[in-house]
Design a protein around this ligand. Structure first.
Ligand SMILES: [Fe+2]
Ligand SMILES: [Fe+2]
Length: 187
């Protein structure tokens, strides 16, 4: 099958209806696409892997099932192994090697996109004017966006070979153009 954004969106929305989860998938997609563009990679393919990384969460809302039990569904839909492997590798608990740039990028963008999104939601101007420094300050507040694993945020930047501030700045830049889709004031 040809992996297209339209196809991935159709798959995602067949299994996912919750607004916040859809927004999370869109945010991770935008961040992963940003890096694909920067590095001259296959933006459409990378974006589809990102869009689908949590496609089975509503059906499999535990780490026992997600994303392992989602993989056979994607296989049945005809998605290539390269995409399925990337989806599986975003789950730290499965302990799979992140041995491709796509896998490292998806992992690095998953938690941080959610966190930057959360930072934007508590600011009247959204992502406009949000700085890496203020994101870092929020990361030190355990109660803020408590579901975001700080260790994985740090690990993700490291695996990309970036300082955390640089990675944060890239993710902010990636999310700005889709602010309205994320429920944030458009800059
Ligand atoms: Fe996930
Ligand atoms: Fe995710």
């Amino acid at each position: 099958m040809e992996v297209t954004r339209a196809r991935a969106w159709e798959t995602l929305t067949r299994y996912t209806t919750g607004e916040s989860l859809l927004r999370h998938c869109l945010a991770v997609e935008a961040s992963v696409r940003w890096y694909a563009r920067r590095d001259g990679e296959d933006e459409e393919f990378w974006g589809c892997a990102a869009l689908l990384h949590d496609f089975d969460w509503e059906m499999h809302p535990t780490l026992e099932q997600h994303p392992a039990d989602g993989a056979p569904i994607l296989r049945g839909e005809g998605y290539p192994e390269e995409l399925i492997e990337a989806v599986l590798s975003h789950a730290e608990h499965l302990g799979l090697p992140r041995d491709t740039p796509l896998k490292r990028t998806l992992f690095a963008c998953d938690e941080l996109s959610g966190f930057v999104h959360a930072c934007g939601l508590v600011r009247p101007t959204g992502l406009e004017g949000l700085t890496p420094k203020s994101v870092r300050k929020k990361l030190k507040q355990p109660a803020f966006a408590a579901g975001v694993n700080r260790e994985e945020v740090a690990m993700g930047a490291q695996e990309l070979g970036l300082e955390l501030d640089a990675h944060v700045a890239n993710v902010i830049a990636a999310l700005q153009p889709i602010a309205a889709d994320l429920g944030l004031p458009a800059g």
